[in-house]
Design a protein around this ligand. Sequence first.
Ligand SMILES: [Zn+2]
Length: 699
Amino acid sequence: MNVKTFEHVDYLWDDKKAASLEGDEVALFLYRSNVLGADLRITNYGGGNTSCKTIEADPLTGQNVEVMWVKGSGGDIGTLTRKGIAGLYVDRLRALKRVYRGLEHEDEMVALFNHCLYDLDSRAPSIDTPLHGLLPFKHIDHLHPDALIAVAAAKDSQAVTHEIWGDTMGWVPWQRPGFDLGLQLEKCLEENPDIRGIVLGSHGLFTWGDTSYACYMNSLEVIEQASNYIEERQGKKRPVFGGQTQKSLPATDRHNQAAQLAPVLRGLCSGYQKMIGHFTDDERVLEFINSQDLNKLAPLGTSCPDHFLRTKIKPLVLNLPANADLSDAAAVRAQLEPLFEQYRQDYADYYQSCKHPNSPAMRDPNPVVILYPGVGMFTFSKNKQTARVASEFYINAINVMRGAEAISEYAALPRQEAFDIEYWLLEEAKLQRMPPEKPLSGRVAIITGAGGGIGKAIADKLAAEGANVVLTDVAEDRIQEANSSFARDTSTYAVCDVTDDQSVAAAFKKACLEFGGADIVVHSAGLAISKPLEETSLNDWALLQNVLVKGQFLMAQTGTEIMRKQGFGGDIINIASKNGLVSGPNNVAYGTAKAAQQHMTRLLAAELGKDNIRVNTVNPDGVIVGSKIWEGAWSEGRAKAYGIKVEDLPEHYAKRNLLHKVILPEDIANGVFVLIAILKKSTGNTINVDGGMEAAFVR
Ligand SMILES: [Zn+2]
């Protein structure tokens, strides 16, 4: 096959790059893995594994031994490096046949893989290790391309496999990965010595080659052939998914509906653990959720184990019209609650009917994937990354159903098999090994004035403690730069003028679309104007009142609306100032506004306690370093006024407080964190972070 004929996969092999690795089979196998993983049509995220076998000198005997290098547990082939692989003696791995006791004792084999390690720096061998080890080929790919899973999930998968590849492709029925599946692959090859690969029913594909390149080409060709076969049949027998029974709303309306509904859904599925949301209106999703077959296919559940481990066995389909009036959140919630309750009940029934005596306890029964016909798909999980990946996996599942229905009929994995994967003791052990959740994991914080200084330090701290953060600022360049410092799936930003209700509403809408809502509001946007009474203009007065007081009011009002939709409370933290408590000359506009911020905190704490929304104040003072004003002419002016050098200013300010400490933006961020994560039974409170100022002691 000419490389140019590939239409359904990307041919990414770079001859020059490969030539530079010549002679190093492990490097060539890693290179192949990376180019395969770069095309999401070839394998889904974290799915599949690859291997090669080389001859190495045994460190103990000096004799040549065959070593298999295979992707270890976890990670993704697209980013696979030597650190992610395991090296095992092939003869020892094959000798495990002598101690294998049968399907009932599969799990004990995993511990034995460690006894086969050649490379002591190996990553833990995965459950798929024997699948590679019991086949004799030098280079092997095990991939989960949508097109192949479609073939594997077709009702008559074996016949379809034969129709596409004739006698050149083996086929084994669905079986949970493990030593026995390795034996089945070995047997399949023995009976069909001329095959180029094996289709695993309801699962994926094995392909191989003598060289890394031959293996790569074999994988690409097989995937291309399956894709062509599906494409030729797509929509021929009957329209895709039986045709469209409803239209999508226009894009803007879809986003408005999704943003309005997301916090309600987040509340409904956060009964066990606070969830983070993700929304997509990808056209592949819309084609599925607007179709005739939605109600037939969605309940069947996803097929490939990789899919349902992330998406749960089936999605929840909302019974709301696309253009439903969602303005009365309580009414919408009341309408949806029975639907969620039914889903949880179904999940509990699935658990009860499939569980074994030693099964782990039932996990969160709430849906991960929520489909809203005409609008799009929501996914909810414990963090943004897992919610996004669940969304990508459900799109894989849609592709699989679409392909399988075109060539045959889609068949889901039997419930018991799905359960045995989902509640596999080895999976449970993996979950138990995960690091503990961070204090603010599952929370979404929206922070004003986050383009720099105190606001940015607060965003950094809350994100470091596990929160997703929505950064807002009036200056687009500053907020973009601030946002770029966060890892993927951690933050988003909105250019927001806190004095404008529409602008504030748009920022919260962003939070709802990106993360499913918001439950921490920090008002840190501010500015300082210090003038005597007679010089304070109406503009000065209005600016301070608008940014500090009106901005805080709007953030609290809109934030509370979202938090009430979610129904699990939240935190509002207002960054005020010592100057709201201490009086002095030349500060009438600023000090009054700061005092108003502080009293608003108390008023709202009194009003919102019933909603479990806590409202508190942090009072900074003398934060010079890292602030906007520090860089400008202001610091030179102050230094001149005090008769000192600019670099001595922090020390000068430090001397004004009891502890003689320089107060940094990070100190204010710590105050915010303590109020949110530690002092969980405190509301209407004030924390001074100022090194100690007698005049500002709260009386
Ligand atoms: Zn697999």
